[in-house]
Design a protein around this ligand. Structure first.
Ligand code: PLP
Ligand code: COI
Length: 355
């Protein structure tokens, strides 16, 4: 069955998998909605996107994605409110960042209307997949990879842009204990750390496995040059609260310009929470933990929104963070999720209605 929404051709799945999904017990990103958006880059041009059934992709073994890792992605969420209205959060920021990543990985940039109209058509077709339960949402994964062939180490001549979606619950089940990394790096000056390149995450897995073996759940990345500055928390931006001041590092070649991070900064500034964007040293965090001025640490990203840290390890020593009644983490998480899910005013015009 075929139809057209927003000028996008829709090829419907023959049957739905939705009845097999337990919406009350959703994990993160592990069941996938019935459809996906597919757009091919061929003959020097992005071709018209289509919504198709969610299905495997056939690629030639010489496709450059397998050999040279030319691949980027984004992460966003759709929410359904009590009136069945569907909302996105700052979607154009994801679109713009996808093209920033594309440029760095020598992937052709995507036109905005293919991204936005394609996404809207996909959400309309799979609207029943957008969870309404508290704490759940439809996680949206746009990605582009090199589907063109050849062993020559140069950019491919063909690419696929795909958007898949997954009704999802929480990314982490509780607070996380983290290890401040002293040896490995996720990114370097002049590198691709500021892009959402697939290989950045592959490079994180091994050091993270080592941290897990030592009893931690995540790694706090430090700068590649000196390992003296705190940069990111796993696949999230990091915030540290010393006394009443919230601090996060400045974005750079090495740090992803997170949409949650910049929303937290804006929100904190608007609500008179003292906030500083400056380099954070490992030394000051360890000292603050020792003298009791370190009140909170948390990761910030689309998947978990805000993920509180219970303690950290550094040089064979463990530091616990205090259990506070009122945390910036829980306050800011509620403010952001209330805006995302249309439960409150949106003074920043972040919310985007899909209609
Ligand atoms: N840092 C890294 C390395 C990430 O992969 C992400 C996830 O997207 C973030 C930070 C948070 O960015 P955002 O808030 O835009 O999801
Ligand atoms: C995030 O959304 O916070 C992410 O980092 C995405 C993650 C699943 C890689």
């Amino acid at each position: 069955m075929s139809a057209i929404i927003n000028n996008i051709e829709i090829i419907k799945a023959k049957s739905t998998k939705i009845n097999d999904v337990d919406f009350d017990n959703l994990k993160f990103g592990s069941v996938f909605s019935d459809h996906m958006l597919v757009c091919n880059y061929e003959n020097g041009k992005w071709q018209a996107p289509k919504v198709t059934p969610y299905e495997p992709i056939t690629l030639d073994p010489s496709a450059k994605i397998f050999h040279y890792g030319q691949s980027i992605f984004e992460g966003m969420k759709a929410y359904k409110d009590a009136d069945e209205k569907v909302w996105l959060f700052r979607p154009l920021d994801n679109f713009n960042r996808l093209n920033i990543s594309a440029k760095r990985l020598a992937i052709p940039e995507l036109p905005e209307n293919y991204f936005m109209e394609g996404l809207k058509a996909l959400l309309e077709v799979d609207s029943d997949w957008i969870p309404k339960n508290e704490g759940s949402s439809l996680y949206i994964r746009p990605f582009i990879f090199a589907s063109g062939n050849g062993f020559h180490a140069s950019p491919a001549d063909a690419y696929k842009f795909i958007i898949c979606t997954a009704p999802s619950g929480a990314y982490f089940s509780g607070k996380v204990k983290v290890l401040i990394e002293e040896k490995y790096s996720r990114s370097a000056n002049g590198g691709v750390g500021f892009a959402k390149a697939g290989g950045n995450y592959a490079g994180q897995f091994y050091p993270t496995q080592l941290a897990i073996e030592k009893g931690y759940q995540q790694v706090i990345w430090t700068d590649d040059n000196t390992h003296e500055y705190i940069e990111e928390a796993g696949a999230m931006n990091i915030f540290v609260r010393i006394n009443d001041t919230l601090i996060t590092g400045p974005t750079s070649d090495r740090i992803l310009d997170g949409i949650t991070r910049k929303s937290i900064i804006q929100l904190a500034e608007a609500e008179n929470i003292p906030v500083e964007v400056r380099k954070i040293t490992v030394k000051e965090v360890v000292e603050a933990a020792k003298n009791g001025s370190l009140k909170e640490m948390f990761g910030a990203g689309t998947a978990a929104v805000i993920s509180p840290i219970s303690g950290f390890g550094f040089k064979d020593e463990d530091f616990d963070l205090p259990e506070l009644e009122d945390t910036y983490a829980s306050y800011l998480k509620k403010r952001i999720t209330d805006i995302q899910t249309n439960k409150t005013e949106d003074p920043f015009a972040w919310r985007y209605e899909v209609k």
